[in-house]
Design a protein around this ligand. Structure first.
Ligand code: GTP
Ligand code: MG
Length: 168
């Protein structure tokens, strides 16, 4: 089967690891343990085709972000750019991550999904859906609201990214 490298980026504590864990094992933990860098592998079927996904869960916390992120980005076939709907700051950080991806790939036509995570925290929302959608459009990316906590749209997010990679 075809093998794709997927890189998950975004600010600290937005839920990158929680989304990865939900996708891989359908589990969720309430505790927060900042990531240094983790890699996983999963076989999936999308539109009747088998794919092997190598998923890199990167560090969002400034102190753990490293020059190695650039290496992952160059090797990435597709990217999940995550922010939390309950944190305007995490949304504002996303433009930097997107630019880093575009620079690493030397292109502005890169398969990217913008994941607006923590959609279960509607009463704490700081970023409107329209704001996220607009940014996705400007980034030539697919926009989706997710919740690692409830599992909402986590599989869909990965399916859309695989479709984008296949189309690219
Ligand atoms: P770094 O590894 O530091 O970059 O953070 P991260 O983006 O991997 O965040 P992580 O997945 O560790 O989640 C941070 C905190 O948010 C944890 O306490 C999670 O339980 C919580 N969390 C993650 N996703 C969700 C979600 O969809 N909804 C809610 N309510 N909480 C979430
Ligand atoms: Mg993490």
């Amino acid at each position: 089967s075809q093998r794709f490298s997927i890189v998950v980026v975004g600010d600290g504590a937005v839920g990158k690891s929680a989304m990865t864990l939900r996708f891989l094992r359908d589990q969720f933990h309430d505790e927060y343990d900042p990531t240094i860098e983790d890699s996983y592998c999963k076989h999936v079927e999308v539109d009747g085709q088998e794919y092997t996904l190598d998923i890199t869960d990167t560090a969002g916390q400034e102190e753990y972000r490293g020059h190695w992120n650039d290496k992952f980005m160059r090797a990435g076939d597709g990217f999940i750019c995550v922010y939390s709907i309950a944190s305007m700051g995490s949304f504002q950080e996303l433009v930097g991550f997107r630019n880093q991806i575009w620079r690493a790939k030397e292109s502005e036509e890169v398969p990217i999904v913008i994941a607006a995570n923590k959609s279960d925290l509607e009463q704490e929302r700081e970023v409107e859906s329209a704001t996220g959608e607009e940014f996705a459009k400007l980034s030539n990316a697919f926009y989706i609201e997710t919740s690692a906590k409830t599992g909402f749209n986590i599989n869909e997010m990965m399916i859309e990214l695989v479709r984008e990679i296949v189309r690219s």
